[in-house]
Design a protein around this ligand. Structure first.
Ligand SMILES: [Zn+2]
Length: 436
């Protein structure tokens, strides 16, 4: 019996053990499966987010190309507009010259007409004088013919009278001849003047012809440039359209990422401070010595933010610049703005570059330090206000040495293919300026 009892005991114990073990294994297996499943779905979610971020980068590169092309086209358009303006000015100048030359031609023409009239008048005078002269010559000849005749002598009262008559006629003839010569000289001068004026007019007409040609050429250039400009403007419109389409793609991707990250955050539990954040002046010190007098971009919807560089909210509005940028020389020590603990450290090839997030339990606030050349802390490290966090740099999304300093009321970090990143949630930031 004892044996049986012992056996039974062993059996029961064994059974319990097996059951227990099996149960344990079962529970363990279930837990393991659940963990793996969570891990797997989280990894999948993260992969989807990373993939979307990659797509955003691709679209960003696309936009940058379009923007570059657009900038070039815009320069071309500006040059063409300038050329058209110059052409228009030149056309105006040429028009004035054409008008002036036309008026000069008219003036010369009037002078020619006047001179022609004067020449004609002088010609009439000459004709008249020629007639007088020929009359006198006729008279003298007639007189000569009868001179020898006795009738002449008989007809003449005295011989002296005859001589007197002959003398007077000859003197009158000389006078008329003299006048004739003078008028002839005047007429010749007028004729010469007329030829001169005609030469002048020919030159003026030639000049006007040149100006007309110049005018036509300028008009042609202007037309060419105008058609080129309209083509350039159409191309610009096309690029603007493409940029608009890309920005829309980006906006959609950003909204999807935001939703996915929020889901991921919720599944992880995130990190929510226990109480309300402390807000007030004097809670923080400047994160670099002299930082407050070196602000290169303030917090909020700055004009730079309005261009969409920080992405878009799901309603399509551009995201704000969620921190303050301080620009001091590269390498300036970056220090803790308040007592706290290192919440996260990372090195991103985009976004914040080399970053550190500190948690300040007394304030229930997080401070973020981005774009540093290098970081000088490790996660969990306890920090005193003023302790060195890292050094100012230009890593990640940065165009020059500066510190991006931000204050968050809530914070989480996510692993991305670019490295670990603070969870980007501008709506969980406050302006740091009221806290110094
Ligand atoms: Zn910034």
């Amino acid at each position: 019996m004892k044996k049986v009892k012992t056996r039974t005991k062993i059996f029961v114990v064994s059974l319990l053990c097996i059951l227990g073990l099996a149960g344990g294994i079962f529970v363990w297996a279930e837990d393991g499966t659940a963990d793996k499943k969570d891990d797997k779905s989280e990894k999948n979610a993260q992969a989807v987010i990373d993939d979307k971020k990659k797509k955003i980068d691709e679209v960003q590169a696309e936009i940058r190309r379009y923007t570059g092309d657009l900038a070039r086209l815009d320069q071309e358009a500006t040059t063409l507009e300038l050329k058209i303006k110059i052409s228009a000015d030149e056309i105006e100048v040429t028009n004035l010259a054409i008008e002036k030359t036309g008026a000069e031609i008219d003036q010369t023409n009037a002078q020619i007409q006047l001179t022609k009239q004067q020449v004609e008048e002088k010609e009439k005078d000459l004709q008249y004088q020629r007639e007088i002269l020929s009359g006198l010559i006729r008279d003298l000849r007639h007189f000569d013919d009868n001179r020898s005749s006795i009738n002449m002598l008989l007809r003449s009262s005295t011989f002296s009278d005859f001589l007197k008559f002959q003398q007077q006629t000859l003197s009158y003839q000389a006078e008329v001849k003299n006048m004739y010569d003078k008028v002839k000289a005047l007429k010749d001068d007028l004729l010469a003047k007329k030829y001169e004026l005609e030469d002048k007019q020919r030159e003026q007409v030639a000049l006007k012809g040149q100006l007309d040609q110049q005018h036509q050429e300028l008009e042609r250039q202007r037309r060419d440039n105008e058609s080129l400009l309209s083509k350039t403007e159409k191309r610009e419109d096309k690029y603007q359209e493409l940029i608009g389409e890309s920005a829309e793609k980006q906006r959609k991707l950003a909204a999807e990422i935001q939703t996915l990250e929020q889901e991921l955050m919720n599944s992880r539990g995130g990190s929510t401070p226990s109480g309300p954040p402390a807000i007030g002046a004097g809670l923080l010190r400047e994160p670099m010595k002299g930082a407050l007098s070196s602000i290169s971009q303030s917090y909020g919807l700055t004009s730079y933010a309005k261009s969409g560089v920080y992405g878009y909210n799901s309603d399509g509005s551009p995201r704000i610049h969620a921190g303050v940028d301080f620009a001091l020389p590269c390498g300036t020590a970056v220090v803790a703005a308040a007592d706290g603990q290192v919440f996260g450290v990372g090195s991103l090839t985009y976004g914040f570059g080399n970053w550190v997030v500190l948690f300040h339990p007394k304030l229930n606030l997080y401070t973020l330090y981005g774009h540093m050349s290098r970081t000088a802390v490790a996660p969990g490290q306890v920090m005193k206000q003023g302790d060195t966090v890292g050094f100012e740099g230009s890593t990640g999304f940065s165009t020059g040495c500066h510190l991006h300093f931000a204050v968050y009321t809530q914070m989480a970090t996510v692993k991305t293919s670019y490295g670990e990143s603070p969870w980007y949630a501008p709506e969980k930031t406050v302006s740091p300026m009221g806290l110094f």
